[in-house]
Each structure stands twice: as C-alpha cells, then as structure tokens.
Design a protein around this ligand. Structure first.
Ligand SMILES: Cc1ncc(COP(=O)(O)O)c(C=O)c1O
Length: 394
C-alpha cells in the first residue's frame, strides 16, 4: 500500500459516534445532516424512474436535462453558467475529488483555508500533493479570515487554493471583498481556486458587506465566486444536493467548470464512477424543479434551529461561541476542555450528547466542538443543552 494511504488519519467524528451508535438514549448531533428525510416529491421521482426501468449507464457528464436544469438553477443565483460547463457527479465529495484529480498531483502545492471538513485536505494528500494550511483566526469567538496571511501563502508555486465557505465547521463565510481580492491574487499567481460552496443556500446573513446574490424572489445564496468570475477563470466550484435538498444519502453533486476542463472531466468521471445513477439524477431534476418552493422553507427551519441553540449555548458560563452566518453548525469551546476528542467521548458516554470533536477538522480547531443543529425538532437542541449544562455542573 502507498504510505500516504497507510498514514491517513481515521475519522475522529466516527470515533466518537462509534461510542454511541445504537444507544437510543444518545442525542446525536455529530454528523453533518438533518434528521429530516428527503421530501416526498423528490423520492417519488426516483421511484418513478426505477419503475420505468431506468437502470442503465448514462452520460459521463450527466443527463442533458439535468445539466440544463442545473444551468438554469445556478444562473438564477449567479452570473449565467451554460449547461456545457456543468458536470454531474456522484456527490459533493466526489465532485471535489474529481476536481483535485484534474488539477493536483505529486509535486503540486495546495493551499487550504482551515479548519475545514477533513475530506478536503485528505484528497490532495491522497493524490500526492503537499497541503499548506492557512488558519482562520478566532476574534471574539468568531472565526475570521486573515486575508493578508492567505494572500502571502498563495504564490506562483501554488497550484490550487482550496476554500470552503460557508465553512464546515466554523460557519465562517467569505465576504464579496475577500472573494475579489482572492480572485485577483490567484489570477496573478496562476493558481486554480477550488471553491466548495455546498452550503451556499444554507446562509442566514444577508447584509451589505457580504453583498449576497439574489436571484428570483426568495432565492438567496451566500456570496459565490460564480458572482464575480469570468467563465475562463481558473475556477472550479463544487456543489451538492445533500444539504439544500436533504439528500445526503443519495450521493449527487455537480461541478461548475471552465470550458477548457469539461472534456477532461468527462474522462475522469468515466474512470471513477462512469456516471451518476439515472434514478438519482431524476430525483435531482425533481429537486431543482421544486427548489423555489422547498429551499427557502428549509433555510427558515434551519434558521429557527440555529436561533434556538445559539443563545442557549452562549448563555452557559465558560462557553465561547459565535452565531454562524451560514452552514448548519454551532462551533464552540468550553473553558478548561482542551482535548476535544476526550471531551466529546465523555459527553457521549456520560451525558448522552453526541457532538463532533474540533480536532477532527485539524489541530487549529483543537479544544472546539461542532454541534449540527439541523433537526426537525428544535426541542431536541434544548434537551441537548440541558445535558451539557448538567454535565458541566452548571
Ligand atoms: C464542506 C463540505 N463539502 C462537501 C461535503 C460533501 O457533501 P456530499 O458528499 O454529501 O455531497 C460536505 C458534507 O458534509 C461538506 O461539509
């Protein structure tokens, strides 16, 4: 086996979850998904497709109808993107891996803004690239970008800049001004930007400095590189159906690519998965057709979850936390608890509270905990806070 694979760290979130999976008394907030199932109108489309016998291989880059629908959807939120620039993938994580395979290999330098969902930094490492980490900084409990440090880190030797905003786990979101500075800098250094924007719709903070994009009424998204980039910029944007449509188990995502990368991406998809399953793509088509009716309501429910959890957490003595602008996570630390893995394991076994340890997202986040607040029942969040309070003896 290649040494790099042997040395890959196991998931610390799994390590905590394994201590509590199957225990009905545990409140699980450790994984990045809602406890609400996929809406029926989406599931029905997949069932219809299966009943119609759509069980065969399909186009590498996705069903033409889905690429067209994605083009219309993306263009309704951002600058126009033609269907030819879209590749349908088998999940967001697959989209990110394909982007990395296309761009980075042994000898290449990838700069990553961290802390971040660990898959993002593992992928270039698996491919043999080196990863330089640039950490967000904590200012009054909120994680913020040190733009100067990031621009210093990205040089003509940097092949790819990897940035996830809205960010998992911190909730940090890029401002328009930061995006502009990053894009201008990467144009100068010749660096590719791989932007993970899977949480773009899970965005709560429309305000002037972020200049969020408004498409048709009710369709709000976080600032995106697709609002400012030209089609031939070195920019690849990774997306997913998982978060905005409650479709984590379906494994469906997409990439927005510059025209020059599309043909190569078709080949890479052939050699990775060949295509996304047709019935899953039909579900994706239904999701997009219902997006204007479904997504704003989901975001409102998530906002309610956020606004239920955050004030209660913030009110606990010794807890440091900031209200996230996007994403579905509260990221917080408890005074005196510096070993996040040990703390998260004790919370599961002794308090029945399942959270993700900050260390899972990099050493920069050691001492922090991630709490996924996406739930059909915000009462469970209040119950969770009570468990934390009593565990801490408050
Ligand atoms: C930042 C980030 N990017 C990408 C993904 C991938 O989502 P999926 O593979 O379910 O589409 C996730 C999932 O948690 C994520 O948090």
């Amino acid at each position: 086996m290649r040494q790099v694979i042997d040395r890959l760290p196991g998931s610390k979130i799994r390590e905590v979850a394994n201590a509590g999976l199957g225990r009905p008394d545990v409140l699980p907030f450790w994984f990045g998904e809602s406890d609400e199932p996929t809406p029926t109108f989406i599931r029905d489309a997949a069932v219809r497709s299966l009943n119609d016998g759509e069980t065969f291989y399909a186009h590498n880059l996705g069903l033409p109808a889905l690429r067209e629908a994605l083009s219309a959807y993306v263009s309704s939120l951002h600058r126009p993107v033609v269907a030819d620039r879209i590749a349908v993938t088998s999940s967001g994580v697959n989209a990110l891996m394909l982007a990395m395979q296309a761009l980075a290999g042994p000898g290449d330098e990838v700069v990553a803004v961290v802390p971040v969902w660990p898959n993002l930094t593992a992928q270039p490492a698996i491919l043999g690239a080196s990863v330089k980490r640039v950490s967000l900084k904590v200012v009054q409990g909120a994680w913020q970008l040190d733009l100067a440090a990031l621009l210093d880190a990205v040089t003509t030797k940097t092949t790819v800049l990897l940035v996830n905003a809205p960010n998992n786990p911190t909730g940090w979101t890029l401002t328009r001004a930061e995006q502009q500075a990053i894009l201008a800098h990467c144009r100068r250094t010749g660096t590719w930007i791989v932007a993970d924007e899977v949480y773009e719709r899970v965005y709560f903070k429309p305000d002037a400095h972020c200049a969020p994009s408004f498409g048709e009424t009710g369709r709000l998204a976080a600032p995106s590189f697709l609002d400012i980039a030209e089609s031939d910029d070195r920019l690849v944007v990774a997306h997913s159906f998982s978060k905005s449509f409650l479709m984590t188990g379906w494994r469906l995502g997409w990439l927005v690519l510059p025209p020059g990368l599309v043909e190569a991406m078709g080949k890479l998809i052939e050699f990775n998965t060949s295509c996304a399953p047709v019935f899953v793509q039909r579900a994706g088509l239904a999701a997009l057709a219902g997006a204007a009716d479904f997504v704003p309501g989901l975001v409102e429910r998530l906002r309610h979850c956020r606004d239920t959890l955050l004030p209660q957490l913030a009110a606990l003595p010794g807890v440091q936390v900031a209200t996230p602008e996007g994403g579905m996570y509260a990221f917080f630390r408890v005074e005196g608890q510096d070993d996040s893995l040990a703390f998260a394991k004790r919370l599961v076994t002794e308090a029945g509270l399942g959270l993700a340890p900050g260390a899972a997202f990099g050493n920069e986040a050691e001492g922090w905990l991630r709490w996924c607040f996406a739930s059909h029942d915000p009462g469970r969040l209040t119950q969770g806070v009570e468990r934390l309070r009593s565990f801490l003896g408050l």
